[in-house]
Design a protein around this ligand. Structure first.
Ligand code: AMP
Length: 315
């Protein structure tokens, strides 16, 4: 049986399905989670389907979370979307389910779950969810809302078709999704909008990018800076692409201080592979977009040296 048949069989088998995604959700996490939930609900109206996880922050125009009790997991199928490793799953209750399915597009470095469908060729997990629907469209139903969510996931993870993971298949899926009724222009606009304080923080980031002659760049956002601009770490995704707009910059790290004292590290690249760096520091992700934590400024400095090395070796 193919992997998608196995997944469909599991979905049919269970009356209750609880879908989780990764912590600090982005549009693909919520798009794939909510898109899959919508498809299952529309296709099997008698089933109970829940979307679960921590705060969605300013992405509540995409999806909001359901309340579930531990008890509800006892006879439930749990599916995770867009979540490479178990510690990144949002909502520890996921462990209470009867079976666990993983659907993801990140490198499968730390496998978990009873069945995993991982396609690292896909631009996004939302693209994979559409493929699942397409392959089983005789039994599955797409809805306008599912299409909106999956489209959001694709444009989120591809930077509106900018990043290299964007393939002709990605465009095909996006095109199929646009056949449904939702306001794609409004959605793109909503996803692109930033708050005034993030606009001001963007100015700080632009002024404080440190660029090495190799083309490695870094930005450190201290707690003092975050406090000054009154922004939370969860609001910082909008500033991540800024260093990449500079022609000189080949790969970069954004280091965001956390209240506990460590730094959340976001690594991005135009070519040099940087997930090897993330993995050396107990993180992970894609070759050109990955993340990890650094315990202090000394580890931040080490990571920056590693970015420089990656850029030099790439040349
Ligand atoms: P972010 O910088 O948070 O947008 O994450 C970029 C990519 O790196 C995503 O695919 C994440 O799954 C991955 N990633 C970020 N932080 C970590 C981490 N601490 N451990 C493993 N993967 C991570």
């Amino acid at each position: 049986m193919t992997i998608t048949n196995q997944i469909l069989e599991k979905i049919k088998e269970y009356q209750r399905i609880i879908i989780h995604r990764h912590q600090s959700p982005d549009p693909d996490a919520l798009g794939s989670q909510g898109g899959l939930a919508e498809i299952i609900k529309a296709s099997f109206p008698e089933k109970e389907v829940y979307t679960v996880g921590g705060p969605v922050n300013d992405l509540d125009y995409l999806l909001t979370m359901d309340e579930v009790t531990d008890e509800m997991y006892r006879e439930a199928l749990v599916i995770t979307t867009d979540t490479a490793n178990a510690p990144r799953i949002s909502g520890e209750q996921y462990q209470l389910g009867k079976e666990l399915l993983k659907i993801d597009h990140h490198p499968n470095d730390e496998p978990y779950g009873d069945i995993a469908w991982v396609n690292t060729e896909a631009s996004s997990t939302s693209e994979i969810i559409y493929d699942f629907y397409w392959e089983h469209q005789e039994e599955l139903k797409m809805t306008d809302e599912a299409a909106r969510l999956l489209y959001a996931g694709i444009i989120g993870d591809t930077g509106r078709f900018l990043y290299p993971a964007t393939t002709s298949h990605t465009f095909w899926v996006a095109s199929k999704l646009r056949e449904y009724q939702f306001d794609a222009a409004a959605l793109s606009r909503e996803m692109d909008e930033i708050t005034e304080k993030i606009a001001r923080l963007s100015g700080y980031v632009s002024e404080n990018i440190q660029i090495d002659e190799s083309g490695a760049a870094k930005v450190i956002l201290s707690q003092e800076v975050l406090n000054r601009f009154e922004v939370l770490d969860s609001e910082t995704p909008a500033i991540i692409p800024i260093p990449g707009k500079l022609k000189e910059v080949k790969a970069w790290g954004i280091f965001v201080a956390q209240p506990e004292g460590f730094y959340r590290v976001r690594l991005r690249s135009k070519g040099p592979v940087i997930n090897t760096i993330a993995k050396r520091h107990h993180g992970g992700g894609h070759p050109l977009a990955s993340g990890c934590n650094a315990k202090d400024l000394a580890e931040v400095a080490i990571i920056f040296e590693e970015i420089k090395t990656a850029v030099k070796e790439y040349k």
